[in-house]
Design a protein around this ligand. Structure first.
Ligand code: SAH
Ligand code: AVI
Length: 320
């Protein structure tokens, strides 16, 4: 291919008002919680990339391995010349394997982190000079306008990394309904999903020995301080992550080391010793559980690819 692709940016960053409202609402609950989408400011996005390289964090390596191993079949499933829409694209690392094999007419990375999106787009422009990129800064938890591209084939939504595991069941269903509408009848989805496994492996992946996951979690408080005029004493909170087996999910929390108060703008929050803020769920699904969820949103589970160690799955879904 010799023609030059075009790169454009659409959408806008999260409004500070929404961030404040979500923080105040979450910290006012009897069981305090914060939405995980706020992890991803520029530092959070960089810390997530560091997590992906940690020896204990198997999901990224396993998903890259299975994608490389099965790329011919994945490409046959998705088809060439498509409109490839990726949600939570981050650094678009795994996507490069798909871009080479699928040669989409247009690639639409969507991410809430503008810094991650701009960094990825700049690299893609030099690595894939023929590629048309329509980057969208936005929250996939809300209806998003995907820019039209004339001449593209089938619509294929790519959602790797088990980011779907960070959504509640209701949010996952709403998201899948949205993408079902976007791809239209016969359209396809490729979804990366982490599977249930030995809880010790899961525990280690979210409690790494270098403490990078702890920094990623605690960065949320630093972000609140920087962007919302908060005064959290970050050193008085600790990262706490465990596998909740009945719920089939890793839970990440920030636990208060002592009785303390923290202010966010004009709001004041009290913490008892040991009280925590629930910052993230990372749900793990068996193949059957995930296919049943997708079916509820109108997708037929047609293919499932896994790595040799069966640590991670990539589902090929077709809009029924
Ligand atoms: N797809 C990459 C990155 C996964 S990390 C991978 O597989 O390695 C999760 C990504 O989703 C981050 O880039 C984060 O900024 C983005 N993200 C999280 N919540 C989001 C939301 N509500 N809307 C849009 N992007 C979101
Ligand atoms: C992006 N998401 C799928 C990661 C996960 O594994 O749930 C985020 C993460 N949280 C802690 N480590 C990585």
């Amino acid at each position: 291919m010799t023609s030059k692709g075009q790169v454009s940016f659409h959408g806008s960053a999260v409004a500070p008002d929404n961030f404040l409202e979500d923080v105040v609402t979450g910290l006012s609950l009897a069981r305090k919680e914060l939405p995980p989408k706020y992890f991803y400011d520029a530092r959070g996005s960089a810390l997530f990339e560091e997590i992906c390289t940690l020896p204990e964090y198997y999901p990224t390596r396993a998903e890259i391995a299975l994608t490389r191993q099965h790329i011919a079949e994945i490409a046959r499933f998705a088809g060439e010349g498509s409109e490839l829409i990726e949600y939570g694209s981050g650094a678009s690392t795994k996507t490069r394997i798909l871009l080479e094999a699928l040669e989409p007419a247009v690639y639409v990375p969507v991410d809430i982190s503008e810094s991650a999106l701009r960094g990825a787009a700049a690299l893609l422009e030099t690595e894939f000079p023929w590629l048309n990129v329509r980057a969208v800064v936005g929250d996939f938890g809300r209806p998003l306008a995907i820019p039209a591209f004339a001449g593209a084939g089938r619509k294929v939504v790519y959602f790797p990394g088990s980011t779907i595991g960070n959504l509640t069941r209701e949010e996952s269903l709403a998201f899948l309904h949205m993408t079902r509408g976007q791809v239209g009848p016969g359209g396809a989805m490729l979804v990366g999903v982490d599977v249930k496994k030995d809880p010790n492996l899961l525990h280690a992946a979210y409690n790494d020995s270098q403490g990078v996951t702890a920094k990623f979690n605690l960065n949320l408080l630093s972000r609140i301080n920087a962007e919302l005029g908060g005064d959290f004493e970050v050193g008085k909170f600790v990262h706490y992550a465990f596998y909740n087996a009945p719920m089939g999910r890793i839970e990440m929390h920030l636990a208060s080391l002592e009785r303390q108060t923290a202010n966010v703008g004009s709001y004041r929050f009290r913490f008892a010793p040991g009280e925590s803020i629930h910052t993230e769920n990372s749900c793990k699904y068996s193949v059957e559980e995930f296919q049943a969820l997708a079916a509820q949103a109108g997708f037929r589970g047609e293919k499932v690819w896994m790595d040799d160690a069966r640590l991670f799955s990539l589902h090929g879904l077709v809009a029924a």
